[in-house]
Design a protein around this ligand. Structure first.
Ligand SMILES: C[S@@+](CC[C@H](N)C(=O)[O-])C[C@H]1O[C@@H](n2cnc3c(N)ncnc32)[C@H](O)[C@@H]1O
Length: 176
């Protein structure tokens, strides 16, 4: 997806875009954020979308940079966090722009590195790493290989018995 696609989806983001923080059943994201929290420190939400994780970062860090390629998403994020004075919104394309925000002590990057093209993904990864201060932390969430496979493989082939089977096959060809 490109900038215009993310702009288009901004208004229906909550219905259309999988909510990682809401499905973080073990609370790993807030746990990691709290671990590195400091009011003296800077955090960046890279590909912040409509700002689901901005309140968490804003509560625990002195300054927060909310970075996204979609100005529509940034507008919604800013409206949702209007009372928070420590968030700075930055419109940037991580695949092309030079970083226009300072490197942070903690960078949170949830499902932003999604692009299938290696030409786009490499600079994205490079700029993500450059967004972290020396000695800082990167909290990175990327889609699992399984979600990609599940997306492509037709539903019947995803039956658990086949998927997790021992590999031995019956005469019918079904895995046991
Ligand atoms: C799947 S959404 C995740 C949003 C948010 N991190 C969350 O967990 O709700 C991916 C976000 O990354 C942003 N994004 C995608 N490519 C980007 C790029 N090249 N530069 C900056 N942001 C990008 C999109 O605009 C979108 O808001």
């Amino acid at each position: 997806m490109q900038e215009r696609d993310w702009d288009r989806v901004a208004g229906t983001f909550e219905e259309e875009i999988f909510n990682v923080p809401a499905n973080d059943r073990k609370g790993l994201i807030p746990l990691a954020v709290r671990r590195y929290a400091s009011k003296e420190a800077v955090a960046t939400d890279l590909g912040c979308g409509v700002g689901r994780t901005l309140p968490l970062l804003s509560n625990h860090f002195g300054k927060v940079y909310a970075v996204d390629v979609s100005s529509e998403c940034l507008t919604i994020a800013a409206e949702a966090c209007v009372d928070r004075t420590n968030i700075c919104y930055v419109h940037a394309d991580l695949s092309t722009d030079r970083n226009s925000y300072p490197a942070a002590d903690l960078v949170l990057c949830i499902n932003t590195l999604l692009n299938a093209s290696i030409e786009v993904r490499e600079p994205l990864i490079d700029r993500t790493c450059r967004s972290v201060k020396r000695g800082g932390r990167l909290l990175l969430v990327v889609p699992s290989l399984n979600s990609s496979i599940a997306h492509r493989v037709p539903a019947p082939a995803m039956e658990p018995a086949r998927w997790h089977g021992s590999g031995r096959r019956q005469k019918s060809g079904r895995a046991q």
